[in-house]
Ligand binder design. Structure first.
Ligand SMILES: Cc1ncc(COP(=O)(O)O)c(C=O)c1O
Length: 492
């Protein structure tokens, strides 16, 4: 483990030192640290940022005397989160999910996957060729949002899949629900397989004792962390952490990262990860205390707005919710009689307040650890009061149809990889019933994938998606977003 203190940012400092000495830059990138860049870009980013944009394999930064500043930075991150080893990722937590399943694919052919996993996990099934046994998340019966996988459901899936080489779960969810990771780990390990936790939304959890315990602290085998989401590195930067167990091979993780990573990882993204780690490790507790205080007040304020409610730790104990992560402000809009889509559109148009996510029943506002959450929450409250006032003047537009739960997904007739890469054709949607999908379909609301590549299409599912579109929802994953045609596998 590093001797460098957490208050250092060795990689960022090495970049700055390189730029400050004005080196002869006879290497990429062609903008040469700024002078060769478009003046508009120079203005927008500032000369400082461009000067720090240097290639991999730069002496004194990631090659040369060891440990290099790059190695030190990753070691400091491993120490800060409590990992055996940490890798910086420059293609987001999406890359982390690809790496996780490619790593598992070294052990065998089958894996247990939470059905509402992020699309990058589904893509990872295509990339890795693993055959999934899907486990349904618990669906909130009132809000129709998906929570986490229960240990009982994992146990059942692992019993049904004796050749499974691992399982992957999401915790926390977009909505702040946290899985019982300790119990999930116990189940996975009792079957002799590792547990991957997609903790993309939980990079902050390690830095405050009032927050639910994070996956590495509970002994997870591999943890995906989208550091940019809440801890505040630059968009697209993330980390993958290896736990202390012996079910995942460090060298295999490393080779899978190399396989899918650009040979030109961005120094700006990497530097931002080093800096975000420092901020979280040194000031995270104090910053989070402030954010938690501000969000507790914001929750009270939302509840006082007629028609609005807010999710909080009272959700813990509901099926699929072991604990609650308060860094998300999830606003329940059902009492307004209008959809979250509509409210989100109005706050954007009227007050330029842009939310992370809107669904039929909820809207999600995200807070980062370092921002002035008091000021941010105050601005949001003003916009929410405005929108509720505006809507109370147009009660005739109220929603009159309750939102229905999606039908069960179709049988998995081939692996996602076989369906995605095998022979396929585009057919009119009315002729697609009974065929095997070669693409994903996820109707928003609520955004849980209705169809994944390899699943047989049912009339109920296609009707459900059509209804969601007719209600103003949208479709993700489909090549034809109007659902007039579908890409299906040609079965031989
Ligand atoms: C659960 C989960 N995993 C992975 C990702 C992918 O993260 P990134 O955007 O950093 O690639 C997301 C993004 O929203 C996510 O919600």
């Amino acid at each position: 483990m590093p001797r460098t203190p957490q208050s250092d940012a060795p990689y960022l400092d090495a970049l700055r030192a390189y730029a400050a000495r004005d080196p002869g830059r006879f290497h990429v990138p062609g903008h040469k640290g700024g002078p060769g860049a478009d003046p508009g870009l120079r203005d927008a980013l500032g000369p400082g940022a461009l000067a720090l944009d240097i290639p991999a394999l730069t002496h004194g930064i990631d090659v040369g005397g060891e440990p290099t500043p790059f190695q030190e930075a990753q070691d400091l991150a491993a120490q800060a989160w409590g990992a055996r080893r940490t890798w910086f990722l420059v293609n987001g937590a999406s890359q982390g999910n690809h790496v996780a399943l490619l790593t598992l694919a070294h052990r065998g052919r089958s894996v247990v996957v939470q059905r509402n996993a992020h699309s990058s996990t589904i893509d990872a099934l295509v990339v890795s060729g693993l055959r999934p046994t899907f486990v349904a998340p618990e669906l909130d019966p009132e809000l129709f949002v998906a929570h986490c996988m229960t240990p009982e459901a994992l146990d059942l899936a692992l019993r049904e899949t004796p050749d499974a080489v691992g399982a992957t779960v999401v915790s926390p969810t977009y909505f702040g629900a946290m899985a019982d990771v300790a119990a999930l780990l116990e189940v996975a390990h009792s079957h002799g397989v590792p547990l991957v936790v997609d903790e993309s939304w939980g990079a902050h959890l390690a830095f405050h004792e009032d927050l639910p315990r994070h996956a590495l602290a509970l002994g997870a085998d591999l943890v995906i962390s989208s550091t940019h989401k809440i801890v505040g590195s630059l968009t697209q930067s993330a980390m993958i952490h290896l736990g202390h167990g012996d079910l995942m091979d460090e060298d295999v993780v490393d080779r899978c990262i190399t396989l899918i990573e650009s040979t030109s990882p961005s120094s700006l993204l990497t530097g931002s990860l080093d800096a975000a780690r420092r901020l979280a490790a040194v000031h995270g507790r104090e910053l989070l205390s402030e954010t938690l205080r501000a969000l507790a007040l914001a929750r009270d304020a939302v509840r006082e707005i007629p028609g609005l409610d807010v999710l909080d730790e009272r959700l813990a104990g509901a099926p699929g919710v072991f604990a609650y992560d308060p860094l998300r402000l999830v606003i329940d809009v059902r009492g307004t009689g209008h959809s979250g889509y509509e409210l989100a559109r109005i706050v954007r148009e009227r007050d330029d307040v842009n939310l992370e996510l809107a669904g039929e029943n909820v809207m999600v506002a995200v807070f980062g650890i370092g921002e002035d959450a008091t000021a941010g929450a105050a601005r949001l409250m003003v916009a929410l009061r405005h929108v509720v006032e505006t809507l109370s003047k147009s009660p005739e537009d109220r929603l009159d149809e309750a939102f229905a739960a999606p039908p069960p997904w179709g049988e998995l007739a081939m692996t996602p990889r076989e369906a995605f890469l095998g022979p396929q054709e585009v057919v009119p949607t009315r002729e697609a019933v009974g065929r095997v999908a070669a693409e994903s379909l996820a109707a928003y609301p609520p955004g849980i994938p209705n169809v994944l590549p390899g699943e047989r299409l049912t009339a109920e599912t296609l009707d459900y998606i059509r209804q969601a579109l007719d209600h103003g929802g949208s479709l993700r994953g489909a090549s034809d977003r109007r659902l007039e045609t579908l890409r299906v596998a040609v079965e031989r």
